[in-house]
Design a protein around this ligand. Structure first.
Ligand code: ADP
Ligand code: ASP
Ligand code: MG
Length: 406
């Protein structure tokens, strides 16, 4: 007998037909004699719809984060109860649990809380009485007994956290595509399904915009060495295994990703003296704003320009901080642009092969796409381009590296 954790995303539970499809997958595993814990997301677009409802009340002003969490957690409460009912209808015992009932203790950073630990007592008790346990993903409880959520796509992380805490034998992430592909298969027709991918490459892809797995879930899977299987809830085909060391030969690149959640900010005419970059970026980090690509011009007339990117949802806050700072040191203008996209390639093979970046740049040149900024690490190259060109860029880069698949 094994312990299996299965996670189903919003599109896999969007209506009763889909819920019964999921109930069938789950009960099949249960009937083989396994213990099964199921983690589910809110149905279909429920989370987006709830966010819209909050906007109707709050207009342009941002809502209280605590109340946002209370609202968004409701989405998963609907799907767990309906799924438990569907499982019972198929003749198997089942119980649904909210995040706090399942023992999820989180930090108190509302709307982007981190899991501190999962107290698995209740889950174990329900499994001991041979129930299929259906857990609400994406949510937990802070030390102040307030409901928290983990940030968009957080149900993947809930599933991996349970798998880690309970030493599960298998952690399956069911979604609406057949696995992890070399690019978003809904956008790039020649995208190829990867049989396996390493944690490090998957982590980069997820962080750089491939939403098929949430990046924190991959981080946690790597930390606790939990092998993940990403697969479709609608077809019975094998998916993609995410693990430490894939058996396959290292691919030159394993994927192309796009992220449009980016704002570019430039500060001009900063006095060219030590310490100012440090001061500006520490003000941003003090407010928990992650800075990504940074470019500093060579000084001229005793001044320099600094350009960097931040997530779009932090753009307004970042501009305000930087404007105040620029005024205080007598710098020039603060310019920002959110009509941009970051397009990246990821691949462990880059470490040992030269010319990968230039091949990417050539693909962009072939389509006359202008590069605004570049950043590289051992296993990725990212470029910042105009948002209008993003889909074309992904297609062009993918064609260049995987020419036989279109
Ligand atoms: P779920 O609701 O199951 O959590 P998501 O919508 O969060 O599903 O993630 C699945 C989606 O991720 C797919 O429908 C696909 O469009 C998108 N996606 C982006 N990049 C990739 C990729 N490299 N491989 C697979 N899917 C990808
Ligand atoms: N329902 C949440 C969201 O839409 C969590 C998830 O789907 O993983 O982001
Ligand atoms: Mg998701």
């Amino acid at each position: 007998m094994s312990l299996i954790v299965q996670k189903f995303g919003g599109s896999s539970v969007k209506d009763s037909e889909h819920l019964f499809n999921v109930a069938k997958i789950v009960t099949d595993k249960y009937k083989e004699g396994n213990d099964v814990v199921v983690v589910v997301s809110a149905q279909g677009d429920t989370t987006d719809d709830l966010i819209e409802k909050a906007q109707e009340i709050n207009g342009n002003k941002s809502a209280s984060k605590r109340e946002m969490d209370m609202l968004l957690a409701a989405g998963e409460q609907i799907s767990i109860s309906l799924l438990a009912m569907a499982i019972q209808k198929l003749g198997c015992p089942s119980v649904s649990l909210l995040g706090w009932q399942a023992g999820f203790k989180t930090t108190s950073a509302h709307t982007s809380a981190r899991i501190r630990k999962v107290d698995t007592l209740r889950i174990k008790k329900e499994l001991d009485s041979r129930k299929i346990v259906v857990v609400a993903g994406f949510q937990g409880l802070s030390r102040y007994d307030d409901v928290t959520t983990l940030g968009r796509g957080g149900s993947d992380t809930s599933a991996v956290a349970i798998a880690a805490a309970m030493h599960a034998d298998l952690c399956q992430i069911y979604t609406d595509v057949e696995g992890v592909y070399t690019a978003d298969p809904r956008k790039v027709s020649g995208a190829i399904k990867l049989p396996e991918i390493s944690y490090d490459e998957m982590l980069e892809l997820a962080t750089l915009g491939a939403q098929v797995l949430n990046n924190r879930s991959v981080e946690m899977a790597k930390k606790y060495n939990i092998e993940l299987e990403v697969l479709s809830s609608l077809t019975k085909k094998p998916g993609t295994i995410v693990k430490e060391k894939p058996k396959m030969e290292k691919m030159l690149i394993s994927g192309v990703a796009k992220d449009t959640n980016v704002t570019r900010i430039s500060v001009t005419c900063i006095p060219d003296k030590p310490g100012l970059a440090f001061k500006m970026f520490s003000k941003l980090s003090a407010r928990d704003i992650n800075v990504d690509i940074i470019l500093q011009s060579i000084g001229r007339n005793n001044t320099k320009d600094i350009t960097f990117t931040v997530p779009k949802d932090k753009g307004t806050e970042a501009v305000e901080i930087v404007k105040n700072f620029a005024d205080s040191i007598g710098a020039g203008e603060v310019i920002y642009d959110d009509n941009i996209a970051k397009v990246s390639i990821v691949g462990a093979g880059m470490e040992t092969h030269a010319g990968v970046a230039s091949k990417m740049f050539e693909a962009l040149y072939d389509r006359q796409i202008n590069i605004q900024m570049i950043s590289t690490s051992e296993i990725k190259v990212s470029v910042l381009i105009d948002k209008r060109d993003a889909d074309l860029a992904v297609e062009a880069i993918h064609d260049k590296f995987f020419p036989d698949n279109d």
